[in-house]
Structure formats: structure tokens, C-alpha cells
Design a protein around this ligand. Structure first.
Ligand code: ADP
Ligand code: MG
Length: 140
């Protein structure tokens, strides 16, 4: 398995509860390395653009409101099979369905305020990394 990259967001519910370190520790313990990280307040335009694939979903407006409601930490993670490794440690979208020991089971508040985002494919990882980072900001 090759070393690859994925894109992660520590969402506003987590930064509000001061869980940036706790979440990052779980990512690191899952074998992922933070090779880029910055704390930002997402603009409405960024949130709408980032989640454009969900714009027909009934929760889109609320999701944009939530993602712009406080600071987030956007990160590039590197590791063996990084996309799958990250999805595994994140757990299911709905924390009620997430496995024990996952980030969402441990920390998520709800299906919306679910603590972390993670890319769902190699292709989307590349698009999402480029949405927030220049290559010069990523130091592996
Ligand atoms: P994931 O983040 O696990 O890849 P999705 O891509 O399906 O999940 O959804 C993107 C985000 O939209 C979720 O992480 C969550 O914050 C929010 N979301 C998903 N489903 C719902 C829902 N039914 N109600 C409210 N928010 C939702
Ligand atoms: Mg998704």
C-alpha cells in the first residue's frame, strides 16, 4: 500500500469544545501524519463551494450555517492508504452508528455536528486539498 494524502477538517463543534488536540491525537494514533494544518473561519462562499456536491440535500443550508459558525482546522494528512485509514478512524456519519473508538463515536454531538470531515476518495482528496492549500504549505 502506498503512502497517500487525504484532507481533514476539525469542525466547529470540536474547536468550540477545545478538542483540536484530542482529535489530532486520534488521527496520529491511527497512523496519520499532519503535513499541513491551519485554523480558519470558513466564509459562506468557501463552505458552499466545498459542499457543492450536497447542494440538493435538504440539510445543505444548515450544513453551511454550521460550518461557518466557528473556527475550523483544515488539515492534510499523510499515511499508508490515508483516505481509508482516516474514514476508518472517523467512524460513520451519524455518531449513533459509529463504531467504538472512532472519533465520531467518542466526540460527535449529532449527525450534523459530527466533529470531523474526511475525503471519501483519492480523487476528492486531491480536489479538497487544492481547495484550501497551496503545495508550498504542505510539508511532508
Ligand atoms: P461524511 O461527512 O461522513 O462523508 P456526508 O458526505 O454524507 O457524510 O455529509 C456531509 C456532512 O453533512 C456530514 O458530515 C454532516 O456534517 C452533514 N450531514 C450529513 N447527513 C446529514 C443529515 N441527515 N442531517 C444533517 N446534517 C447531515
Ligand atoms: Mg462526505
Amino acid at each position: 500500500m502506498a503512502v497517500t494524502r487525504t484532507f481533514s477538517i476539525i469542525k466547529p463543534d470540536a474547536t468550540r469544545r477545545n478538542l483540536t488536540g484530542a482529535v489530532t491525537k486520534m488521527l496520529e494514533e491511527a497512523g496519520l501524519r499532519v503535513v499541513a494544518s491551519k485554523r480558519i473561519r470558513m466564509t459562506r462562499e468557501q463552505a458552499e463551494g466545498f459542499y457543492a456536491v450536497h447542494k440538493e440535500r435538504p440539510f445543505f443550508g444548515e450544513l453551511v450555517e454550521f460550518m461557518t459558525s466557528g473556527p475550523v482546522v483544515v488539515q492534510v494528512l499523510e499515511g499508508v492508504d490515508a483516505v481509508k485509514r482516516n474514514r476508518d478512524v472517523m467512524g460513520a456519519t451519524n455518531p449513533a452508528d459509529a463504531a467504538e473508538g472512532t472519533i465520531r463515536k467518542t466526540h460527535a454531538e449529532s449527525i450534523e455536528a459530527n466533529t470531523v470531515h474526511g475525503s471519501d476518495s483519492e480523487e476528492n482528496a486531491k480536489i479538497e486539498i487544492e481547495f484550501f492549500f497551496g503545495e508550498d504549505e504542505i510539508v511532508g
